[in-house]
Each structure stands twice: as structure tokens, then as C-alpha cells.
Design a protein around this ligand. Structure first.
Ligand SMILES: Cc1ncc(COP(=O)(O)O)c(C=O)c1O
Length: 389
């Protein structure tokens, strides 16, 4: 008679699900580093998952939903939006290459370019975000391998002619990569417009609740998808199934939330444009705002993130205005349900060409609160600005 295994053995073998799982609306949160195979012959079968780092059911569900959103050959996940930007760059660049980067790029992406890329022998040059596509191509050298776009720039909101840049770059054999976080993968489709790699900080609008980090890189073709795969395997990036589940949950309501962000953002922007304390509103979807025509031609909607140029005033006055806000939190992120504000000028010093505005720039993330309440909050606080000027 066979011996009954002891508790320590039985507890390790017990408690595994039997048979298929009940169907739920969302995918299962499948956790696992080890993947069990059915037979020794399958251990080295590369057609099947043999290890959990590349993602299991939950991450695959999110990736396939993002393929749908981006119209991509494949989408890969990264532990943050910044990691998606840096990972996509590392996937396609090698020593001796040069990359042209918009001067409006998100500051930590710039830091990566300046510190990490240069250390690995990759040259980096910055171009003014409104450089005409032909002039940008004239800047390219035989070593130029990649052009990085961010449109609109997430602090100063310059729009780029992404389709024209993509077309000209392709003709020269240069790849294009766009940080498309502002459009949330919804209002602009980079891959459909010729861009090779579309990156999003899912942390922002897709997550939508300011509590999870993740980024995605969408590849236009299988060759680029393979390059992303190699980078992911070689560098060892992984995202947790819990976080992937949260992102997938966010995706379900993304279009509904974005419609509200867009409408409220435009209402607040239009109101601000009429205030005596405001010199200019930097919101590409606002008629008359800088680059509105490019936005109207290429985009189908707008995020709730935009800039406000105040009439010239002391930093003390800007702080009094920001500190007086009750419904806008002070913070660096955006894309969440809550409204946020920050002053932008301290970040302009890193640029090759410091942007010139009539006065200090404040950035607002218009959340899902009632826009009339937000306007009332701004109206009250703008008075502190006048008091301190
Ligand atoms: C335009 C843009 N891209 C990328 C990121 C990076 O996202 P994460 O915070 O998930 O690294 C941010 C974050 O603020 C951003 O504003």
C-alpha cells in the first residue's frame, strides 16, 4: 500500500483549481513565475509560455485590448510610462546611432537621453517642436536612426505635423516614435498615420485613478514587435497581473471619461481665455489657440490637460493663485479623475530653446468634477493673483 504523503507535501500539492474557470466579465488575475508544462518534451518548446515574466492571462488580455485600441501589430507592457519610452528607444537604437528628440519632450525622457543614451554611444540632438517636417529632415544625418515626437508637448502644448514627419522619415529609412499619452490612444492614432512606435503612459488616462504605473509601446509591424520583445526579454521588464487588471478595467471606461475630460477642459479653457489676468490659453483644441489647425486636422478629440499663460506677474503671485485653489490639487501627474495644477516655468530651463511666453505658465489637469465648480474655484483664486501682482 502506498504511503500517505505528510502534511508538508500535501499542502504543496493541494488547492489547485480543477477544470476551466467560471467565465467573468474581466480576465482572471493569473499570478505565476513558474509555468508548468505537461511533458518534458515541452520544456524547451518556444512556441508556448515556459516562464511567467512575459505575462500570463491578465497581461495578455490587456495587450490584446491595446492592440485593438492602437491598431498595432503588437503591444508590449512596461512597468511605467517612462520605461515604455526608454524601453522602446533601447529596442531600436545601437551605439553609433543618432536620435532627434523634440525639445518639448517630457523631462525624465530627456534625462534618459542625455545620461543613458549618450553613455552608450548614442548621439542625441533636440529640435524645436514646431520645426517644419522638411527642416527636420534637413537636420537628420546618415547616423539618424530615430525621431522622437511628443504632440502636443505635455507642458507647452505645441503640435507637430506627425503624419508628414512620419512619411518623410520613412522615405529616409528613419524610425519614428511618438509619446501619445495626451491623446490616450483614442484621439490620435499614431500607427495609422505612419508612426512606427506609439507609446503611452497608461499611468495617466488609461489607469485614470492616479494609483497605478504602467506604460505601453505599440509596434506598427512584426519586425518592430520582435525588437520590443527582445528588449523586454534582455532587460527583464515585467508588470504584475494586478496592475494589468487595473489598466484593463480603466480601458473599459476610457472613451466615456475622455469625453468628459474633453468637454470640461474646453469649458474651463474657454472661460480662462476671457479673464483679464490671462494672456493666452495653450489648448490645441481651443479655436484660435496655437496650432489649433494641426489639432483639428489630425485629432478627433482633446484631453483635459492644457496650459495657461498668465499676464506678467511675480512668482509670489503665481504661488498665491495656486495655493488658493481648493478643487485643484498641486501635483505633477495628470489623466486622473481629480483636477491638478502646477507652475511650469521651473521646468523650462532644461530646454535647448527656452520657450517664450508673455508671462508665467500654469498647467491644469481638468478632472471629472463639475466644470462650473472648477471655474468657480479658479475665479476665486485668480483674485489672489491680482492681490499679489
Ligand atoms: C508625456 C508623458 N510621458 C510619459 C510620462 C511617464 O509616465 P510614468 O509616470 O508612468 O513613468 C509622463 C508622466 O508624467 C508624461 O507626462
Amino acid at each position: 500500500m502506498s504511503r500517505r504523503p505528510r502534511d508538508s507535501t500535501r499542502l504543496i500539492r493541494a488547492g489547485h483549481p480543477r477544470g476551466p474557470l467560471a467565465r467573468t466579465v474581466g480576465p482572471p488575475i493569473q499570478k505565476g513565475s513558474t509555468v508548468l508544462v505537461n511533458a518534458a518534451a515541452a520544456l524547451y518548446d518556444e512556441r508556448r509560455p515556459t516562464y511567467g515574466r512575459g505575462g500570463l492571462a491578465t497581461q495578455h488580455a490587456l495587450m490584446s485590448a491595446l492592440v485593438e485600441l492602437e491598431g498595432a501589430s503588437a503591444v508590449r507592457l512596461f512597468p511605467s510610462g517612462l520605461a515604455a519610452m526608454t524601453g522602446a528607444m533601447l529596442a531600436v537604437l545601437e551605439a553609433g546611432d543618432e536620435v532627434l528628440v523634440t525639445d518639448a519632450v517630457y523631462k525624465p525622457t530627456r534625462r534618459f537621453c542625455n545620461r543613458a543614451l549618450r553613455r552608450f554611444g548614442i548621439a542625441v540632438r533636440y529640435y524645436p517642436p514646431r520645426t517644419k517636417p522638411n527642416d527636420l529632415m534637413a537636420m537628420a544625418s546618415p547616423a539618424t536612426r530615430l525621431i522622437v515626437l511628443e504632440s502636443p508637448g505635455s507642458l507647452t502644448f505645441e503640435m507637430q505635423d506627425a503624419p508628414a514627419i512620419a512619411e518623410l522619415a520613412r522615405a529616409r529609412g528613419i524610425l519614428t516614435l511618438m509619446d501619445n499619452t495626451w491623446a490616450a490612444g483614442l484621439f490620435f492614432k499614431p500607427l495609422e498615420r505612419g508612426i512606427d512606435l506609439s507609446v503611452q503612459a497608461l499611468t495617466k488616462y488609461v489607469g485614470g485613478h492616479s494609483d497605478v504605473f504602467m506604460g505601453s509601446a505599440a509596434a506598427r509591424d512584426d519586425r518592430l514587435a520582435e525588437a520590443l520583445d527582445h528588449a523586454i526579454w534582455d532587460f527583464g521588464w515585467a508588470v504584475s497581473p494586478e496592475d494589468a487588471y487595473q489598466m484593463l478595467r480603466g480601458l473599459r471606461t476610457l472613451p466615456t471619461r475622455m469625453a468628459r475630460h474633453e468637454a470640461s477642459g474646453l469649458a474651463v479653457a474657454a472661460w480662462l481665455a476671457g479673464r483679464s489676468q490671462v494672456a493666452q490659453v495653450l489648448h490645441p483644441a481651443l479655436p484660435g489657440a496655437p496650432d489649433h489647425e494641426v489639432w483639428r486636422r489630425d485629432f478627433t478629440g482633446a484631453a483635459g490637460l492644457f496650459g495657461v499663460v498668465l499676464k506678467p506677474c511675480h512668482t509670489r503671485a503665481v504661488h498665491a493663485f495656486l495655493d488658493g485653489l481648493r478643487l485643484f490639487g498641486l501635483g505633477f501627474s495628470w489623466g486622473g479623475f481629480e483636477s491638478l495644477a502646477l507652475d511650469c516655468d521651473p521646468q523650462f530651463g532644461v530646454r535647448v530653446q527656452r520657450p517664450r511666453f508673455a508671462g508665467p505658465v500654469v498647467r491644469l489637469n481638468v478632472g471629472l468634477e463639475d466644470p462650473d465648480d472648477l471655474i468657480a474655484d479658479l475665479e476665486r483664486s485668480l483674485k489672489f493673483l491680482s492681490d499679489e501682482s
